[in-house]
Design a protein around this ligand. Sequence first.
Ligand SMILES: Nc1ncnc2c1ncn2[C@@H]1O[C@H](COP(=O)(O)OP(=O)(O)OP(=O)(O)O)[C@@H](O)[C@H]1O
Length: 260
Amino acid sequence: MALLEVEEVFVRFGGVTAVAGVSFAVDDRQICGLIGPNGAGKTTLFNVISGIYRPTEGRVRFAGQVVTGQPRHRMAPLGLGRTFQNLALFRSMTVRENVLAGAHSAGHAGFLANALRLPAARREDAAAAGRAAQLLAMLELEAVADVPVADLSFGTQKRVEMARALICGPKLLLLDEPAGGLNHGEVDGLAELLRDIRARFDLAILLVEHHMNLVMRVSDKVVALDFGRKIADGTPEEVRSDPEVIRAYLGDGGSHAHAA
Ligand SMILES: Nc1ncnc2c1ncn2[C@@H]1O[C@H](COP(=O)(O)OP(=O)(O)OP(=O)(O)O)[C@@H](O)[C@H]1O
């Protein structure tokens, strides 16, 4: 059984069909890249998988359980962690505080235990602080742990977001354009970091990404969309040489060519 199964998902916004019957699967510990020209439906599909949108038709299973229609706050405890294209950090809080904020949704002690500072809540806090320290070290954020996020470069903020998603111990990490806004050196570092994260945390990664070089380098499999439809699904080599993928990126007079 695959870890993530997307089954015949359709999303319609009024007259626009943003996602038109897409199915694919991501296995345990697999890195899967989701690509496609502008407007292909990547973000919409990503929002369905992470529970922000409910699909018009179809469903998503995670670890065998149907998760479509589940409230969003149930996603992290199930093992789904995500980052956002335009960052969703608390800008005036420090790096460490932001990472710890991610641990809250995973807490089991409950509201009352937290409010009364009962031992169960204190134990959870201590465990979260330990996990945060490990993540800060791994993502090279120790030196800026007590700096407000607003004072950091975009590339560093993206690593903070990743640490915040990882602190819940996800089985699947959903990354929305992790290379967007990064410089050349940072993109090289990101490829290594993603493989390292997969190895250390034993998780699968689904990334939506325009940076083709990164996708082809880190992915075990690639799913390509165009006009809401899936046009290819296979190894990076298979997808890169697929005539429909080449046509989607180059066949409209080159307006998508920058993405390739
Ligand atoms: N909330 C919405 N209401 C109406 N139409 C929408 C909405 N969100 C997306 N769309 C449309 O659905 C289609 C798919 O958009 P989507 O943002 O998912 O594509 P994308 O592949 O993520 O594009 P990009 O690479 O530019 O981010 C587009 O035609 C878009 O205009």
